[in-house]
Design a protein around this ligand. Structure first.
Ligand SMILES: *[C@@H]1O[C@H](CO)[C@@H](O)[C@H](O)[C@H]1NC(C)=O
Ligand SMILES: *[C@@H]1O[C@H](CO)[C@@H](O)[C@H](O)[C@H]1NC(C)=O
Ligand SMILES: *[C@@H]1O[C@H](CO)[C@@H](O)[C@H](O)[C@H]1NC(C)=O
Ligand SMILES: *[C@@H]1O[C@H](CO)[C@@H](O)[C@H](O)[C@H]1NC(C)=O
Ligand SMILES: *[C@@H]1O[C@H](CO)[C@@H](O)[C@H](O)[C@H]1NC(C)=O
Ligand SMILES: *[C@@H]1O[C@H](CO)[C@@H](O)[C@H](O)[C@H]1NC(C)=O
Ligand SMILES: *[C@@H]1O[C@H](CO)[C@@H](O)[C@H](O)[C@H]1NC(C)=O
Ligand SMILES: *[C@@H]1O[C@H](CO)[C@@H](O)[C@H](O)[C@H]1NC(C)=O
Ligand SMILES: *[C@@H]1O[C@H](CO)[C@@H](O)[C@H](O)[C@H]1NC(C)=O
Length: 382
C-alpha cells in the first residue's frame, strides 16, 4: 500500500540523524581525530524510537503529514537513500542507522515469497526488512566526515582558541573546571579539552551509578553549556564559505541532489537519510542562520536528534518549498526552524541558490579548501 496525497502536499524529506548513546569518545582537541567507541543497547533503543517517530510522522497512512506515494509497510528501496558516516567512533554511526531503520520499516509478513510448490515463506524475525545502507568511507568519500585531516580547519580551530571570546569564556570556566577536576581522573582541564570533559561527564552520568550519585547536580548542565560554546565556535564561521562550516559544506551537494530528486515527480525518491555525528548539525544551523534566530540550538545536539528538510507542494501550488525542522533526542515532536530568517517554507530554488556558493562538490575541491595535499585521496591532484 502507498499513501495518498494530503493537504500538506508532502513530497518527501531529507533527514540528518545523530547516532545514539555510546561509550566515552576521545577526539583530539586540535585535529578532531577520533578513537574507537561502541554504541550501547540504550543507543540502539534511542535510534529505534527515532525510527518509529519518523514512521509515525512520514509513513503512517493516518498521519496528517505523511509523504504522498511512499510505501507504508513494505519498504520500496527505490524510494529510499540511506548513507552513514563510517569514519571514527568505531561502528557507532553504522550500528545506529540499523536501529533507526528497524523502527522506520519494522518487520512485516508482507515481506514474503510464494514458491513454485505453493508454500509462502515470510522473511526471518517475522519479516525483517534489509534496507541497503551506503557506508561512507572517509578515505573514499569526504562528504560526511570532512573536518578531519583538514589543515585549514585545524588553523581555524587554533584561531578560535586564540580569540578573545574563547579566552574570556575559558577564564569564566576555570573555577568550575577546578571543582570538576577530582571527577575527571587526570583528564586535562584546559578549556581546549572542553568537548572531552563534557563527553566524559555525560557518559559517566548515564552509565556510572557512583559517579551520578557523587557529582553535584548542576555540574552536568554546566559542562554541557561550556562544551556547546566550544563546539559552536569550532564548527561555525563568519562566512558560509568559511572552513569552519566544512562539516556541512561537503554534505550540501547530496542534500541538493536529494531535494531536487524528491521534487521531480518522475523520480521515485521520497526519503533520504544521512546518519552522522553532531558536527554537521552545528554547521547547518550556522549556514542557514537558524541558530542566529534560535541561539538555544547552537551546540551539541542530543543523541538521536534529527533534522528534516521537508519538500512540499500543497495542491494548487506550483513551487516546491523546503522547510527545516528539528527534533532533539528527548523532544517528542518536531519544531520548525528558521531558514535565512524565514520560519516556514522557502522555495527549493532559493534554498539551493542561497547555499550553493558554500557547497564543496568533490574531493578535489575539498583538498583545495583544506590545503590537504596527501591524505584522503588528495595526492592524485598534485
Ligand atoms: C505476503 O505478502 C502479501 C503482500 O505483499 C500479503 O498480502 C500476504 O498476506 C502475505 N502473506 C503472508 C502469509 O503473510
Ligand atoms: C516447498 O519448498 C520449500 C523450500 O524448498 C520447503 O521448505 C517446503 O517444505 C516445500 N513445501 C511443500 C509443501 O513441499
Ligand atoms: C594521575 O596522575 C598522577 C600524577 O601524574 C599519577 O601519580 C596518578 O597515578 C594518576 N592517576 C591515575 C588514575 O591515572
Ligand atoms: C565510576 O565513578 C567513580 C566515581 O567517580 C569512579 O571512581 C569509578 O572509577 C567509575 N567507574 C568506572 C567503571 O568508570
Ligand atoms: C526527473 O526524473 C526522471 C527520472 O529519473 C529523469 O529522467 C529526469 O531527467 C528528471 N528531471 C530533471 C529535471 O532532473
Ligand atoms: C555563523 O556563526 C558565526 C559565529 O561563529 C556568526 O558570526 C555568523 O553570523 C553565523 N552565520 C549566520 C549566517 O548567521
Ligand atoms: C537538547 O535537549 C537538551 C535536554 O535534553 C537540552 O539541554 C539542550 O539544550 C537541547 N539542545 C538543543 C540543540 O536543542
Ligand atoms: C559547487 O557547486 C555549486 C553549484 O551547485 C557552485 O555554486 C559552487 O560554486 C561549487 N563549489 C565550488 C567550490 O566550486
Ligand atoms: C598549505 O600548506 C603548506 C604546508 O603543507 C604551507 O606551506 C602553505 O603555506 C599552506 N598554504 C596555505 C594557502 O595556507
Amino acid at each position: 500500500m502507498v499513501n495518498p496525497a494530503n493537504p500538506a502536499g508532502l513530497l518527501g524529506v531529507v533527514l540528518l540523524a545523530r547516532h545514539g548513546d555510546r561509550l566515552e569518545f576521545f577526539q583530539d582537541p586540535l585535529t578532531y581525530n577520533p578513537t574507537q567507541t561502541f554504541l550501547t543497547p540504550l543507543g540502539s533503543v534511542q535510534e529505534f524510537r527515532l525510527g518509529g517517530f519518523l514512521r509515525n510522522t512520514y509513513i503512517n497512512p493516518f498521519s496528517s503529514h505523511s509523504i504522498q506515494g511512499i510505501s507504508t509497510d513494505l519498504a520500496n528501496i527505490d524510494q529510499l537513500v540511506v548513507r552513514a558516516d563510517a569514519a571514527g567512533e568505531g561502528n557507532v554511526i553504522q550500528d545506529s542507522v540499523q536501529g533507526l531503520l528497524q523502527g522506520l520499516y519494522p518487520p512485516t509478513h508482507d515481506s514474503n515469497v510464494t514458491l513454485a510448490n505453493g508454500t509462502t515463506i515470510v522473511g526471518p524475525l517475522g519479516g525483517y526488512q534489509y534496507i541497503p545502507i551506503e557506508s561512507v568511507q572517509p578515505d573514499l568519500d569526504i562528504s560526511l566526515n570532512s573536518f578531519t585531516s583538514c589543515p585549514n580547519f585545524d588553523q581555524h580551530t587554533l584561531g578560535f582558541y586564540a580569540s578573545n571570546p574563547f579566552q574570556q569564556v575559558a577564564a569564566q570556566a576555570a573555577p568550575f573546571l577546578q571543582q570538576l577536576a577530582p571527577f575527571l581522573v587526570n583528564r586535562s582541564i584546559d578549556f581546549t579539552n572542553m568537548f572531552k570533559i563534557f563527553d566524559f561527564v555525560n557518559v559517566q552520568r548515564i552509565h556510572n551509578a557512583t559517579f551520578l550519585h557523587l557529582l553535584p547536580p548542576t555540574f552536568g548542565q554546566q559542562a554541557y553549556g561550556f562544551a556547546n560554546f566550544h563546539e559552536n565556535g569550532v564548527f561555525t564561521d563568519t562566512s558560509i564559505r568559511g572552513i569552519g562550516d566544512i562539516a556541512i559544506r561537503t554534505i550540501l551537494p547530496s542534500i541538493f541532489t536529494s531535494l531536487t530528486r524528491i521534487a521531480n515527480s518522475s523520480d521515485p525518491l521520497k526519503l533520504a537519510l544521512n546518519e552522522i555525528s553532531y558536527k554537521p548539525f552545528i554547521s547547518l544551523f550556522n549556514v542557514t542562520g537558524a541558530s542566529t534566530v534560535d541561539p538555544g540550538i547552537a551546540g551539541i545536539v542530543d543523541y538521536a536528534a534529527v533534522v528534516a528538510l521537508e519538500v512540499s507542494q500543497p495542491p494548487g501550488t506550483s513551487t516546491p518549498l523546503v522547510t527545516l525542522k528539528f527534533k532533539n533526542g528527548t523532544d517528542t515532536e518536531f519544531r520548525t526552524l528558521s531558514l535565512f530568517g524565514t520560519r516556514g517554507g522557502v522555495p527549493l530554488s532559493s534554498f539551493i541558490s542561497a547555499l550553493a556558493p558554500a557547497a564543496v562538490n568533490n574531493t578535489q575541491q575539498w583538498c583545495t579548501a583544506c590545503n590537504q595535499t596527501t591524505l584522503r585521496g588528495c595526492s592524485v591532484f598534485h
